[in-house]
Write a new protein. Structure first.
Length: 391
């Protein structure tokens, strides 16, 4: 018998499963079902949960998910940041009442704090500490040198989203002029420091001649959405070709080990506070607000511009009862947009690209194309000519 399910129910099950995978790394269907039924007005069966997750995974492009996840043998869900052995380890520990750290290292995480923002910040700090150690040894140890390439790739895809091998070499050599590499060094190092060939357990993927954020990678998308993923990459690259590359100072560059770095900016925290203060007006729960804001931050990186902001939030279920409230909401959202590092702007925010277009000479700029002319369209994405916008 074929089970029928409407799109709203599918989204409810799928989005909650996605959040559970993000929070716990891995979770049995039985445990997820128990938690789900405490939150929903319409309790589900095991069969309905499995069917809903499968339909959600089949209908949602992977690269648009906040946190990619998978269903294993109809038994448990797990984050795609983990390999199957790490997922099994978490499930086995869960059966004993232990919550393991998502990284699979075997450490016990605090029940209330695992996979929290604090955990992500601690992860980024550990990577920065490792980077510092690797830089010291890279001159004399071949393995350390290749590890430095892989660590720098993690940072680069968080900042740029997509970067070619040739461009990555320029970035690497900019930050490590005494440890220079060539294009042929890149791919072997990246493969070496993935857990196994063909599985991107590192926080980067390889696609053709590019290093790419896993969420954007066509090979990780459902086969039905691979063409959409490729088009998305083309769109990002077209924007990057019109914009000089953002090369922050080294300390800021290494901060991009943290994939949620934009959440720490005051414009984002102010926006989130504003939404929570008006949570009854927008008609969303705390979890729904967190997930929608996360998706918003990801989508503006790949080209969502202010004229489509309200449409995006309305499609996500937000309500705007009055024009005054919508205008206040937009003011906060545009503030976030202006201060978010955007893939289509080669890692710049709208604020920093304006500074660069004034030829800020104290900071070296790596140009891949001639600078924007006065009569060209402004690279900030406004649709206006450069002379009437950011010049």
């Amino acid at each position: 018998m074929v089970m029928r399910m409407n799109a709203e129910r599918r989204e409810e099950i799928g989005e909650n499963a996605e959040a559970a995978a993000r929070l716990r790394g891995a979770m049995t269907i039985d445990r997820f079902l128990a938690g789900f039924n405490t939150m929903t007005e319409m309790p589900a069966t095991t069969e309905e949960i499995i069917h809903g997750i499968k339909r959600y995974l089949a209908s949602t492009p992977k690269y648009l998910m906040i946190n990619q996840f998978s269903l294993h043998n109809d038994e448990f869900i797990f984050s795609d940041d983990l390999d199957i052995d790490q997922a099994f380890e978490i499930i086995e520990a869960e059966a004993q009442g232990i919550v393991l750290c998502e990284c699979g290292c075997g450490a016990v995480a605090d029940e209330d704090e695992s996979f929290s923002d604090d955990y992500i910040i601690e992860y980024a700090q550990r990577r920065m500490d490792l980077l510092e150690e690797i830089v010291v040894n890279a001159k004399t140890e071949l393995k350390s040198h290749s590890m430095l390439i892989a660590l720098t790739a993690e940072i680069a895809v968080t900042l740029y989203g997509v970067i070619s091998f040739e461009e990555f070499v320029l970035v690497f050599n900019y930050y490590y002029p005494k440890l220079t590499i060539k294009t042929t060094d890149v791919k072997p190092a990246l493969i070496l420091h993935s857990d196994e060939v063909g599985v991107d357990n590192a926080r980067y993927s390889i696609f053709e001649k590019y290093i790419i954020l896993p969420q954007l990678c066509p090979s990780k998308a459902d086969i039905l959405y691979q063409e959409e993923a490729i088009e998305l990459i083309k769109m990002v690259r077209e924007g990057q070709e019109q914009t000089p590359r953002y090369l922050p100072d080294y300390e800021e560059f290494t901060q991009f080990f943290n994939p949620t770095i934009n959440f720490l900016k005051p414009e984002v925290t102010n926006f989130i506070s504003f939404v929570h203060e008006n949570i009854e007006k927008v008609g969303q729960s705390d979890i729904e607000v967190a997930e929608t804001v996360s998706a918003f931050l990801e989508i503006i990186k790949i080209g969502l511009t202010p004229e489509h902001f309200l449409e995006f939030f309305r499609d996500s279920g937000f309500k705007f009862g009055s024009k005054k409230f919508a205008d206040q909401f937009m003011e906060h959202a545009v503030g976030v947009f202006h201060n978010t590092n955007i893939f289509t702007l080669n890692g710049h925010s709208v604020e920093t690209i304006a500074d660069v277009m004034e030829i800020e000479k104290e900071k070296p700029i790596m140009r891949l194309v001639p600078k924007t002319g006065r009569n060209d369209y402004c690279p900030c994405g406004s649709g206006k000519k450069y002379k009437k916008c950011c010049l």
